[in-house]
Design a protein around this ligand. Structure first.
Ligand SMILES: O=P(O)(O)OP(=O)(O)OP(=O)(O)OC[C@H]1O[C@@H](n2cnc3c(O)ncnc32)[C@H](O)[C@@H]1O
Ligand SMILES: [Mg+2]
Length: 167
């Protein structure tokens, strides 16, 4: 199969390539049509679906996959959240979410001012390109988890649901 992924972020591409190891995975720069920093589960999921839909519309695609990172508030706490969507040629939409961990208050404050998590994390961790590498999830789990492993989990959930219906 030919699978289009709606992102140029290497951590997302690695995740899809690992899960669909016998397929051809193609990256594609698409618009999530939500804010660059989604601030709720709903908005993050919506971004993932938009990306997947646009990929699936490409004539050559068998499946389109969208992965979106965001944050969401529960009470006074801000949590990292991640969503994925898979759209097939029949326009069926499969969705799945990834792990959630709370972010430090300091990060919450910065983000409430309108900053994106990617830039906040670079300053916080004194590292460049955190979003393309271990991610916030990697920093705050002492490297036990990382962004591509987390997306791999989501992509596995998407692939499995699609297989259940189609194989
Ligand atoms: O190129 P795209 O695919 O858009 O990849 P991205 O890194 O911008 O990722 P998202 O759009 O999915 O995430 C929305 C924002 O949240 C940031 N973000 C999400 N999860 C993150 C993480 O684990 N570590 C650092 N930044 C993260 C990201 O950098 C964006 O500013
Ligand atoms: Mg982005």
């Amino acid at each position: 199969m030919k699978i289009y992924v709606g992102s140029l972020n290497p951590s997302k591409l690695t995740a899809v390539t690992d899960v669909f190891e016998n397929d051809t995975v193609v990256e594609m720069d698409v618009d999530s049509k939500v804010s660059s920093q989604p601030f709720s589960d709903e908005e993050t999921l919506e971004g993932a679906i938009h990306r997947a839909r646009e990929c699936a519309m490409t004539a050559k695609a068998d499946l389109g996959i969208g992965l979106e990172g965001g944050v969401m508030e529960i009470g006074d706490d801000l949590y990292l959240c991640n969503w994925g969507a898979l759209v097939d040629q029949q326009e069926n939409i499969y969705t799945a979410a990834g792990a959630r961990i709370p972010l430090p208050d300091e990060i919450h404050e910065q983000m409430s001012k309108g900053l994106e998590l990617g830039e906040v994390m670079e300053k916080y961790a004194q590292k460049s390109d955190v979003r393309k590498k271990e991610g916030a999830v990697g920093i705050f789990t002492n490297g036990q988890m990382n962004r591509d492993k987390m997306f791999r989990h989501i992509v596995t959930l998407l692939k499995g649901q699609w297989e259940y219906d189609n194989l």
